[in-house]
Design a protein. Sequence first.
Length: 142
Amino acid sequence: MKIKIIAIVILLLNIVLISGSAYSQQQDKVKKTPEEFAQKKADRMKKNLSLSDSQYKQIYDLFLSKANERKSNKGKYKDMDKTARKEIRKQNREKFQSQIMEILDKEQIEKWNQMKSDHKGKGRHKGDKKNKPDDKSPNQTR
């Protein structure tokens, strides 16, 4: 009886270890080239906003320049403090959004803003960090 229990425990342990390593291998994603990134984003906007061919080309070029700029500036901001990096990202985002606003018509802008608000909060963030208690507070016990 004890031998069966030990065999089952060993079998379950092996299954857990194998599935864990298989899961970690799935996390190795291939980085997209700037062209792939731009095409994916522009295709999604064309589908959702019914872009004309000229609008599509302008949006594609805009996303391509954004991706190339991000790739070239990858390590540039590591030495900056967090608030300076945040301010630069904010300025870049505002500049990018104003460039998109120049390309889209009024209906497309409304639809794009609706898409952004629907998408807000989704993404990499795993939970609401703003409402979590600070781990560094001295009054907190574990």
